[in-house]
Design a protein around this ligand. Structure first.
Ligand code: NAD
Ligand code: IPM
Ligand code: MN
Length: 369
């Protein structure tokens, strides 16, 4: 039996509630399907700060580096509003992304058939939606230097963040976008703001050059990111793969989440480059949503983004394609049966809590085997 090493980092707020459902799923897959998952747990975010004053410890970083894949819940919350910037909960997630070199963040926005009516947009706008936002995750304004607040000495301060992209960073994310497009509808739309930003000028140029050099079979378009946001809401089905920078990708993926019915639906995979010898890659799987302090502890969070992130883990880290497909089918089928967490509730549907939603998906998975 293969051993598959997973590090679980549930984090804060609804993170542990959603992760509990994935833990049940892993236990079932080990017991009933001999899946061979070995799990370890660590602390990240506010809970790590409370335990040892860091948002992730070096020991847990080492575990993340050694694991076949990391499953991440969510971090943050008002409890840690006052902690120093360097050790705020979100810093733990950023450290994981940077040190594991997880430059490619895949954020698929799929509108499950049963949820077309749950979106805030008209059903015909979102029905059948299946797009992929590919967000650059280790560069741009998130990590550029200088990043500081300086005192100007005249009663004024200056807050500085720096947007930086080098050619290789744009080339490698563009390459991932084109490769992914070839497995889908063969279309890439690159979004930047070359009308305002120098990094946008370079972004557009490098994406175009990469396309010309190696991927001219894929259809490529360019769009200004603000217009892209508008088009995502106007007619999202025009897109297949959207490739964009770290900050635009963060914002556009939250917009895309609402096309699918709820932020609680959007999974993501954060991937590094494949190892030249083994082909394996570092990977962390995280829902797009945060720790949702407003609903934490109530047992009502939607666990689907977390469960679907685990499906991406099965597909991308373990090549368990059949199992990943089955898990996604189980999610669709439970929604077809009318089960809804509160965030997705509409008239005539059955409201369930986090654990009941998880249990129903697990039962469906077994039934589909
Ligand atoms: P959020 O994503 O936590 O919540 C936004 C809204 O969506 C809330 O009303 C919340 O109840 C709802 N929501 C989110 N996930 C849900 C789910 N699974 N089921 C049902 N409803 C859900 O964003 P926020 O409120 O802006 O941020 C809260 C904290 O989370 C902040 O500290 C922020 O930095 C952090 N955050 C963390 C991550 C992460 O860990 N990956 C991502 C985003 C935000
Ligand atoms: C996300 C989150 C993170 C980001 C935060 C928590 C650092 O919003 O993953 O979308 O901004 O990347
Ligand atoms: Mn975000």
């Amino acid at each position: 039996m293969a051993t598959r090493k997973l590090l679980l980092l549930p984090g804060d707020g609804i993170g542990p509630e959603a992760m509990a459902e994935v833990k049940k799923l892993i236990e079932m897959m080990n017991a009933d399907f001999n899946a061979g998952f070995e799990t370890e747990e660590g602390l990240v975010g506010g809970c790590a700060y409370d335990a040892h004053g860091q948002s992730i410890s070096d020991a847990d970083m080492d575990k993340a580096m050694a694991a076949d894949a990391v499953l991440f819940g969510a971090v943050g919350g008002p409890k840690w509003d006052g902690v120093p910037y360097e050790v705020r909960p979100e810093a733990g997630l950023l450290r994981l992304r940077k040190e594991m070199e997880l430059f490619a963040n895949l954020r698929p926005a799929i509108c499950y058939p049963a949820l077309a009516a749950s979106s805030s947009l008209k059903p015909e706008v979102v029905e059948g939606l299946d797009i992929l936002i590919l967000r650059e995750l280790t560069g741009g304004v998130y990590f550029g230097e200088p990043k500081e607040i300086t005192d100007l000495g005249n009663g004024q301060k200056r807050g500085i963040d720096t947007q930086v992209y080098d050619t290789y960073e744009i080339e490698r994310i563009a390459g991932v976008a084109f490769e992914l497009a070839r497995t889908r509808s063969n279309k890439v739309c690159s979004m930047e703001k070359h009308n305002v930003m120098k990094s946008g000028v370079l972004w557009k140029e490098v994406v175009a050059n990469t396309h010309k050099a190696k991927y001219s079979d894929v259809e490529l378009t360019h769009m200004l990111a603000d217009a892209g946001g508008m088009q995502l809401v106007r007619w999202p089905k025009q897109f297949d793969v959207i490739v964009t920078d770290n900050l635009f990708g963060d914002m556009l993926s939250d917009v895309a989440a609402m096309l699918t019915g709820s932020l609680g639906m959007l999974p993501s995979a954060s991937l590094g480059a494949p190892d030249e010898k083994t082909g394996s890659r570092k990977a962390l799987y995280e829902p797009v949503h945060g720790s949702a302090p407003d609903i934490a502890g109530k047992g009502i969070a939607n666990p689907i983004a977390m469960i679907a992130s685990f499906a991406m883990c099965l597909r991308y880290s373990f090549n368990m394609v059949e199992e990943a497909d089955r898990l996604e089918k189980a999610i669709a089928s439970v929604l077809d049966d009318g089960l809804r967490t509160k965030d997705l509730m509409s008239k005539g549907m059955t409201e369930v809590g986090t654990a009941a939603m998880g249990d129903a998906i697990i039962a469906k998975y077994k039934a589909l085997a």
